[in-house]
Write a protein that binds this ligand. Sequence first.
Ligand SMILES: NC(=O)c1ccc[n+]([C@@H]2O[C@H](COP(=O)([O-])OP(=O)(O)OC[C@H]3O[C@@H](n4cnc5c(N)ncnc54)[C@H](OP(=O)(O)O)[C@@H]3O)[C@@H](O)[C@H]2O)c1
Length: 283
Amino acid sequence: MSTIIVAGATNQIGHFLLPRLQDHKVIAISRQPRPNTDKISWLQTDLASEVLPIKVSSQLFYSAPLPLLPSLLARLPKTTLLTRVIAFSSTSRFTKKNSTNPKEQIIANQLIQAETALIKECQQRNITWTILRPTLVYGCGLDKNITFIANFIKRFGFFPVIGQGTGLRQPVHADDLAQACIKIALSSNTINKTYNLTGGQTLSYHAMITAIFKSLGKEPRIISIPPLLFTTMIRCITWLPKYSHLSTTMVTRINQDLCFDCTPAQHDFNYQSRKFTDIKLCY
Ligand SMILES: NC(=O)c1ccc[n+]([C@@H]2O[C@H](COP(=O)([O-])OP(=O)(O)OC[C@H]3O[C@@H](n4cnc5c(N)ncnc54)[C@H](OP(=O)(O)O)[C@@H]3O)[C@@H](O)[C@H]2O)c1
């Protein structure tokens, strides 16, 4: 492989990706200064405004916020040495598109527009692209979902669920996504395609919470909150900055199926992802 530029090198996907790229020349990007190692050169760059310095044939593994990517590519010359982009979007582009929450609709629309613009910029520069859409990423304590739930359980010993928590989930380990990036870069089947990448198990929200309890070595104590009570509680507390991210949309979301098909990824590049109930939470 040519030089690999990793944008999003400090998030959970980058955490697992960098050690797997030991045999390659890697340029890892962060807005913060970081010391170089034998294998990794860190580049302090703001993807929102700076130009990627690409001096040799390179591939970009991109898991930073997708809306920054089209203009980052647009700042490259038309004859760039960047040959390949493997970029993470999100299945939120589907699940939040028709949300009753305007903020969620904006997120979905930004992703949809960014995907379209990314493809256009790549086509203009003769760069091959692959777009990956996971749903619920976990793995090393850097996510805001599974880690939030685990920390809540560790602190309070129980977890509240709206209604019965029947909505289906497919949490995906960040290391499985890191391995997917490498397989994709090595497979010509994946050029100019999009893939929904799910975890290796589909389970209800309630079963997912139960698995987190078990992984923490605790007996599950899941308390069902009636949807109407939860909605009222949310309306009362969201004026506090700490809880401003909560919304009544969560009421419908928790009992909604968020499921996707990863068969094309399995077929094209032998995508494999682990079962959630096998997790060992070590954070
Ligand atoms: N988390 C999930 O459950 C989930 C679900 C579906 C899809 N995804 C997708 O998976 C990818 C990773 O998500 P994530 O939640 O793990 O990470 P994230 O919070 O979306 O990404 C943070 C990363 O982006 C970098 N970054 C952000 N703004 C930057 C800028 N202006 N310049 C340079 N670097 C910048 C950060 O680097 P520094 O802070 O070091 O500068 C950090 O490495 C994203 O594409 C996301 O849309 C995530």
